[in-house]
Design a protein around this ligand. Sequence first.
Ligand code: MG
Length: 366
Amino acid sequence: MKTTLSVIKADIGSIGGHICPSQQLLASVREFVLQRGKALLIDSYVSHTGDDIAILMTHRRGVKNSDVHKLAWDAFVAGTATAKGQGLYGAGQDLLKDAFSGNVHGMGPAVAEMEFEERPNEPFLFFAADKTDPGAFNLPLYLAFADPMNTPGLMLAPDLGKGFRFVIMDVSHTEGDRVIELDAPEDLYSIASLLRDTERYVVESIWSRAANDIAVSASTSRLHNIAGKYTGKDDPVMLVRVQKNFPATGEVLAPYAMGAYVAGCMRGSHQMPLMPVLLASGVSYFDGPPVVSCAAFCVHEGKLTEPVDAFAHPFWDTVRQHVSDKAIDMRRQGFFGAAMLPMAELEYTGIMERLKALDAGFRLRS
Ligand code: MG
């Protein structure tokens, strides 16, 4: 019997601006999922990264299941009432539609789901990022699944050596899902050509070509494409199966030591380095820096082990120091050049009104 992992996350309110949700809010979402999910779910894990609450659920109903999605949606609606009751900032901000319709795609919350036949031992990683967008995972996934400089398993393990299939989505196409499938290593340069454009092309899933089995599922929602204006960044979540046919845990984690610059941070409008953080971390400096957490699990017959914090090891303290230095350096140049996102991404912010007003002040010199 197949197991489904579904993670659905939303920002429904936080303390002191965009720092983190309240304990009461987390408890209300957790309690709702436990009570209402009894008949539906095998197991669940409710957590937060920055100001986002993620509901990880295991069940037998496959991906895009309307009952599972409705449970998460209703939990966020119930949580929003708690957030409003406490006067939390941005209460309900990611719930962009009034009524639930089938599944949460296109309604505001981010979703990553995968269905698979469990291996006898089934380790997986649950990533959640805040103050950035789904393109933040492009480089870590490319390195982990396509580059032997990062992943020696591509050379050393015969099954990994058969390569991986990347399913990449054009997230600027709002009328439906526009995707392309490309094989690593044959299509390496094409994959890189798309993934370099992190605001338009993002990895939706990755598949083992040896086993024809899903390895990665990542969220792809861009909130401005739903709301038509800036309502918050599209903080992504991702599930990655590891070991055996897939890269080892350490090969999947290694790229995060880079602290690569990603879109996000203050008002979702900057380029700042991605910091791997502890589970249940908030954000701080310049409404950032962009953060990513990773909870490692095993799942057996749908039951989850306790989460292990993959970025808690002392090794990552050095990385965090390095990322802080990079962040402060970048902030020295304020709005200038690479520090702020290009105009295409600022189109959904208030700067457009200012530029429009200024435009009327220009005159052609004779
Ligand atoms: Mg957030």
